[in-house]
Each structure stands twice: as C-alpha cells, then as structure tokens.
Design a protein around this ligand. Sequence first.
Ligand SMILES: Nc1ncnc2c1ncn2[C@@H]1O[C@H](COP(=O)(O)OP(=O)(O)OP(=O)(O)O)[C@@H](O)[C@H]1O
Ligand SMILES: [Mg+2]
Length: 228
Amino acid sequence: MIISLVNSKGGVGKSTLAGNLAGWLARQGRSVILADCDTQQSSSEWIREALPDLQVVRLADADAVLDELPSLRHEAEFVIADGPGSQTETSRALLMWADLAILPCKASMFEARALDKNTSFVRQAQAIRKGPPAVMAVLSMVGREYRLTRDMREAAAGLGLKIADTAVTLRQAYADAPGQATFVWNMGYVARGAAEEIEQLFQELFPEIAAESSTPQKRVEANGITSR
Ligand SMILES: Nc1ncnc2c1ncn2[C@@H]1O[C@H](COP(=O)(O)OP(=O)(O)OP(=O)(O)O)[C@@H](O)[C@H]1O
Ligand SMILES: [Mg+2]
C-alpha cells in the first residue's frame, strides 16, 4: 500500500506525520519503506537516525516518483511517501500512485472558501484515475481547544473530503523528536499527550492494523522477540 503525505503548502506537518506513521507501522511489526520526495530530506534524515533498519529511499523529483514509486510497492507492505512543500508536480505525481493520500492541513486552510482551491489537485487525480486515491485530511498543528465548525465539516463533505476526528495539536514534543532521533512514544512523561494523540490518530486511520498488533502474538513479533 502506498500512502502519500501531500499538501503543496509548506510547513503544514507532512514530514512530521510521515515520520511518525513510518515509525508507528514499524512498531506494529509491519514492513515499511519511507520514500522521501522532498529535497529538504527532513523525514529521511530523522528516520535514518531513529530507525537505522528501516529502508529509506529518496526520490528527487516528479519523474523519479512516477518511475520508481510503483516498484517499491513490492518491497514492503507500506510505502510512506513524504511530499514536498512547493514542487506541485511532485505532489501530483505522488497522487498518481497513492492508494491513500493523507492531507495534513492547518486549521486556517479549512476555511470554507480556501478548501475548494487547496484540494483541487486531489480531485483532479481522482478524476484521472476514476476513483483513487482515497483521501483523508488531518488537521495539523491546531490549538488544543480547536473544534471544527459544522460549516467547515459540511464544506469538506461537499468536496468529498473526509477529515479525521483526531487532530494533531501543536506540541513541542513533535518538533523535538526528530532532533533527538526518536519518536514521541519513546520520550516519556513530557511527550505523553503527543504520544496518546498520535496513537489515537493512527488507530482511527488504520483500525485493522491496531487491532491485529494488540494481539499477544503480534506484540511479541513487533518487539522482535520470538517465542520459540
Ligand atoms: N503538531 C506539531 N506541533 C509542534 N510543532 C510541529 C507540529 N507538526 C510539525 N511541527 C513543526 O513544524 C515545522 C514544519 O513541520 P513539517 O516539517 O512536518 O512540515 P512539512 O509540511 O513537511 O514542511 P515542508 O513543506 O517544508 O516539507 C517543523 O519544524 C516541525 O517540527
Ligand atoms: Mg516536509
């Protein structure tokens, strides 16, 4: 399965979410490749340090994405593709191969007026591919008290855009984790809120994976311990 984190707006939390998702899936015992499609290479540097055994691939531009992303599908259960903040062509290319597109958005971009314009590139890909990719918007870097208004939910629904119930709030721990070559769930008490929130988000997005890995056998495998 190819999961692309896209939004041609910069600094909305794509790499933060991509790195966390790659780390979370690996923690559930799944095979994962992180495909870093941003020339800033922030997610690949983080994951290389935090999880040296996880395969990391850098795809420099739209051509590399179109040519190389599909073959990665055969090498792991999940390919997590971190999109760039400015090169729209690369974001479009990522949507051509993705099974699921996760669209991190700051709350201000959810104003009903902006939503149509900001998400048109996703609908264009769905029209070309006659359906896929499935899309899930995730509110990112919002205040803890932020709540989506009914107007915004209706505007999103009108555009066929689902919004995850769990939002990623603004917390220092998310920004600190890459510099410490780790993840919020390894950072103890200071990052407890972030760890709970990110777990809740991924359980919401991938309920089957969360359910399977909560069985004792899977937990043992995920920890790299064999029972034999
Ligand atoms: N929920 C959060 N709370 C606090 N800081 C965050 C959060 N999410 C991201 N950040 C910080 O905000 C900055 C931008 O986030 P990130 O790099 O993930 O965005 P991006 O969409 O990948 O940006 P770009 O478009 O430049 O690739 C980073 O410094 C990151 O550590
Ligand atoms: Mg990024």
